[in-house]
Ligand binder design. Structure first.
Ligand SMILES: NC(=O)c1ccc[n+]([C@@H]2O[C@H](COP(=O)([O-])OP(=O)(O)OC[C@H]3O[C@@H](n4cnc5c(N)ncnc54)[C@H](O)[C@@H]3O)[C@@H](O)[C@H]2O)c1
Length: 269
């Protein structure tokens, strides 16, 4: 039996660790070749650790062990030239792009009155402008293939408010808006655009946020998550990857412009 995503190429941002890595592996397991784009270095804001070159290297090994090809691209989603160069490399080495997962993102707490302009700008530039820069570079490639899928990783915070998270919440609501606008604009070209909205996920971001707050990850989860399902402080990156796998597959062929929550019931409370 042919693998579901055989012959397709997926461009995934923030692929070194966390959800992006789990998504890359799930899509590779389903037959896709992978372009893993990641800053793979510490950035000025926020203070917690991002992905690393070693993690990108081990992702390459794991994708190849699945019998799929991977192209690694180190760059910042805020850097239009680095994004374009990764897209060019992907096309040269893998022939094109069929799937884009705008996943790279950051989080940090800040009360409105204490928030610096630099913090606001970094949050919006990475979480909202980044997906725009990446999609702008990738969409011509999707069109060249006659269609494709874009999945934007928003958050439950792209559908509700959050305490001391206004810049994060604004960026994630913005991504929800981009999803709807791009879905309208790109439907005639056979490109579907959807957003996903996970509750807290067990990733280095979760740990990083806890570290910044001087709390444990479980304390942060208890403070903010409010998941409906008992005994579920967070979900796993593989749960998110399973949803993305469905959404990029032809099984989801009529899903576009829509918001998919994976929140253990949080938004129902
Ligand atoms: N962890 C959660 O609780 C949670 C919940 C809902 C939504 N999200 C969203 O899911 C996405 C992935 O989150 P995660 O939990 O895997 O985070 P993470 O911090 O564990 O991983 C993020 C990855 O993105 C990369 N990255 C960060 N900034 C980048 C930049 N400027 N350019 C390129 N790469 C960059 C990092 O190096 C890292 O590999 C984010 O957009 C996040 O906002 C996270």
């Amino acid at each position: 039996m042919t693998a579901e995503l055989e012959g397709r190429v997926a461009f995934i941002t923030g692929a070194a660790h966390g959800q992006g890595r789990a998504i890359a592996l799930a899509l590779a397991r389903a037959g896709a070749d992978i372009v893993a784009f990641d800053v793979a270095a510490k950035i000025a804001y926020p203070a917690y650790s991002q992905g690393s070159p070693a993690e990108l290297g081990s992702l390459l090994t794991e994708v190849e062990a699945l019998g799929r090809r991977a192209v690694l691209a180190v760059g910042d989603v805020r850097d239009a030239a680095a994004v374009q160069s990764a897209v060019d490399d992907a096309v040269e080495q893998l022939g094109g792009i069929d799937i884009l997962v705008n996943n790279a993102g950051i989080v940090a707490y800040a009360a409105l009155e204490d928030m610096t302009e630099a913090e606001w700008d970094a949050m919006l530039d990475i979480n909202l402008k980044g997906p725009f820069l990446v999609a702008r570079a990738v969409v011509p490639q999707l069109k060249r293939r006659g269609g494709g899928v874009i999945v934007n990783n928003s958050s439950v915070m792209g559908l509700r408010g959050g305490n001391r998270l206004s810049h994060y919440v604004a960026s994630k609501h913005g991504l929800t808006g981009l999803t709807k606008a791009w879905a309208i604009e790109l439907a005639p070209q056979g490109i579907r655009v959807v957003s996903i909205h996970p509750t807290g996920v067990n990733t280095p971001m979760n740990d990083g946020l806890a570290e910044l707050e001087g709390a444990t990850a479980i304390e942060i989860a208890e403070r903010s998550a409010g998941n409906l399902l008992p005994g579920v402080p967070w979900i796993e990156p593989e749960d998110v990857a399973e949803l993305v796998l469905y959404l990029v597959s032809d099984r989801a062929r009529f899903a576009t412009g829509a918001q998919f929550t994976l929140d253990a019931g949080l938004l129902t409370r």
